[in-house]
Write a protein that binds this ligand. Structure first.
Ligand code: FAD
Length: 320
């Protein structure tokens, strides 16, 4: 199924890129492939095209061309915070891969990390170097770029506390940087997400400690995570943000929703802010269950739960 841009539009664009940058400089185009395979939930239909760029030049050109035509583009990391609609996404998904954009470089107490680097790899790298500051991220899946954009956090820490600079491109493909106040970090929010910024590199300011001490703190956080979260079944982590002064899981629990199922989607019995795919869940089941949880929690407590999970392709196939 193709959107108003049609398969020939994307194929022509791919050909144009390959003529300019060569196959290796361009990267890979995948047509009509289920996005579920690119998410931890394993749910969701196809994008018109998935573009996995090999190099910045080709990516910049791609963004410029698609911005001129106002064609829909969504940036994807590891899809660990993402629910994709059953009908997929009518547009292009740009996937920043670990293979092509996963470098990690140490400069003093700073790390320069490619946006595609897997967060667990970055956390391990920092620990081996005895650099402290990322212990809160023990066990958070996903990419460095995704974590920096959504301001991933746990155990009283978040990316906003360690990220000093984000480098990448604006929606037109022009190189751009965000630093300090311009990053506008708030709880699970950043300016990068609001402005549609493509992150290619993240700079982290850490503190020298010893590998042993950093590894001990990581192990403690991991132990706690394993004890409290359903890590052996597909999920996208916490579905709802914690309202000020409250814990979303507790509100869901108190609303009597633990274990409730809609199709293959289920409010986890282990952690009630996780909705898991217990097998064959459709995005429609998942979305319905999220909506029912919001309504029931609001009815019981008067508190509206805002979503932490990002959805793609639902409202007229537009990212929301
Ligand atoms: C078991 C489990 C546990 C989790 N625990 C936590 C937790 O403790 N704390 C927490 O905060 N999250 C948690 N999560 C959610 C998720 O892992 C994080 O939000 C993660 O940082 C998302 O990274 P990603 O690469 O998978 O991003 P995606 O899911 O691919 O994308 C998330 C958002 O980031 C944007 N994005 C991704 N990459 C880029 C890029 N290069 N440039 C621009 N935009 C980009 C996307 O457009 C999207 O808006 C958990 C998830 C799971 C499955």
């Amino acid at each position: 199924m193709y959107g108003r841009y049609g398969m020939s539009y994307w194929k022509n664009l791919a050909t144009e890129l390959e003529e300019r940058f060569g196959g290796e400089g361009t990267g890979t185009f995948l047509y009509d492939q289920p996005l579920g395979a690119h998410t931890t939930l394993g749910i969701g239909g196809p994008a018109d095209v998935i573009y996995i760029p090999a190099a910045a030049e080709a990516l910049s050109f791609f963004l410029g061309r698609t911005a001129e035509k106002d064609s829909p583009v969504f940036f994807l990391g590891q899809g660990s915070n993402l629910l994709v609609a059953d009908l997929g996404y009518r547009g292009a998904v740009v996937k920043i891969s670990a293979e092509d954009h996963g470098g990690i470089k140490r400069q003093g107490e700073m790390l320069r990390v490619g946006a595609g680097a897997l967060l667990p790899t970055v956390v391990e790298f920092a620990a081996a170097e005895g650099l402290s500051g990322l212990e809160f991220a023990a066990g958070i899946p996903g990419s460095m770029g995704g974590a920096a954009v959504v301001n991933a956090g746990a155990y009283d820490g978040d990316m906003g506390g360690v990220v000093t600079e984000i480098n990448g491109m604006d929606r037109q493909g022009r190189r751009a940087s965000l630093r300090g106040e311009k990053l506008a970090y708030r709880y699970r929010e950043s300016s990068a997400q609001k402005s549609g910024f493509l992150v290619s590199e993240v700079v982290l300011a850490l503190k020298q400690d010893t590998p042993e001490r950093v590894k001990d703190r990581l192990a403690e956080n991991l132990k706690e995570r394993r004890a409290s979260q359903p890590l052996d079944v597909p999920s996208a982590g916490c579905v709802f943000k914690n309202p000020p002064g409250k814990e979303a899981w507790r509100l869901v629990d108190e609303a009597g929703l633990k274990g409730v199922c809609r199709g293959g989607a289920q409010v986890s019995e282990k952690h009630t802010n996780f909705i898991i795919n217990r097998g064959g869940a459709k995005a429609a089941d998942y979305k319905q269950l999220m909506e029912e949880v919001v309504a029931e929690v609001e009815r019981r407590s008067g508190i509206h739960l805002a979503r932490e999970i990002i959805t793609l392709g639902f409202d007229d196939n537009v990212a929301n």
